[in-house]
Design a protein around this ligand. Sequence first.
Ligand code: PLP
Length: 380
Amino acid sequence: MTSHHFSREIRIVDLVAQYHLYQEEIDTAIREVLTAAAFIQGPQVSSFEQALQEYTGAGAVISCGNGTDALQIAMMALGLEPGDEVIVPVNTYVATAEVLALLRITPVFADIDPHTFLLDDRRLHLYITPKTKAIVPVHLFGQCANMETILNIAAQHNLFVIEDTAQALGAVYTFPDGRQQLAGTMGTMGTTSFFPTKSLGCYGDGGAIFTHDALYAEKMRMIANHGQRLKYHHELVGVNSRLDTLQAAILQVKLKYLQQEIHKRNDIAAFYDRELGSIAGLQIPARSEYSTHVFHQYTLQTKHRDAIKAYLVERGIPAVLYYPLLLHRQKAYQAYNSDTFPVAEHVHAHMLSLPIHPTMQEDEVVFICSTIKAFLAAQH
Ligand SMILES: *Cc1c(COP(=O)(O)O)cnc(C)c1O
C-alpha cells in the first residue's frame, strides 16, 4: 500500500526542523564552547542550571549525564539500602526500575489509572509494607500524577517521593488550595532527562535533578562528580555523571523556547481532540483536572489498536505503543513480578500514541485524522 496523497515523511519527532528554527543561536553557542574548550563543567553548565532553576522554581538544580543517572544519583543520595522497597508504576520506561535493581533496592510495581495511564493513587496504599522507603510517580506522557494524594500517603508512611519528570518538564500541577508547582519540584526530589526526543532535548545525553533540600542538593552534586567536593578528595562513593558543557550551551538556547513549544504541542493535541473526540471506538487522552499537559505523547485508547496501528504505519504514519512490554513482563525483571496488573494489562492492549511535536504542520495532523477516520468507517 503506497497510494496516499501525502508527500512529506511524517515523523514521530522532527529534530532537524527544530534545529533549523534555532540554528543561528545554537551554532553560536556551540562555537563559544569549542573556542573556550572548557568541555567539562564549563561556565555554561552552571548558567543553564540557574536558568532551569528559575524556570521550574526548584530549590536547586543538579545537572548530570542523563535521566537514568539522575534517578540513580537521587536513590544513592537518599541512602536507600539493599532490600528496601520502592513503588514504581508498572507502565514506565525501564530506567525507573533499572536503577533500583542496580542498587539492589526492590522495585515494587503498581497498577495504573485506566484513563490517565499514571500511577493509581487510589490503590497506592496496597503496595506499602514495612520495607517501603519511597514512591516514584512517573509523570508519563506529559501530565503530572496526582501529587496531592501521593504526597499525603508518603507523609503518613514517612516515605520519600522521587518524581520521574523525564516526560513532563514544564507541566504545572495545581493543589486543591490553589497553589501551583512545576513537575519535578513537589517531591523530595525530581529527576528529568534531556534525551533528544524529550520536551527539552539536547544533542546527546543529559539529565538533571531538582530538590528543595540543600543537604541533598550538595550530596547529589558530589555523587554526580565522583563523590568529591574538592578535587581528588572523595568523601562519598560517587559516579561520573556530568552534563557536557556543549549540551548545557545547547540546552540554554532551547530552554528559551520550551514554553512556546509546549503551546504548539497543546495546539496539536487540541486539533486531534476536536477531530477524534466524538468518534465511536476511540478514546482521546484524558486530561487530569489538577495538571496541565505538555504532550510528550498523544495517546489514544481503542479496541482496534493493532489494526489501526498497522493501517497507519502502512500509510507512512508512525504510530507507536509505549511501551511494548509492561515492566513485569520484561525478562530482566521477572524477579520482581509478584502481582497482577489488570488495569495496566487492559490499557496496554488498547493504547496507541500518535505523532506530536512542535514543528508538526497542520496538514500532517489533518492527514493522520482522516486516515484514522477512513479506517474506522471501513469497520462498519
Ligand atoms: C527517557 C526516560 C528516562 C531516562 O532518561 P535517559 O536520559 O534516557 O536516561 C527515565 N524515565 C522516563 C519516564 C523516561 O521517559
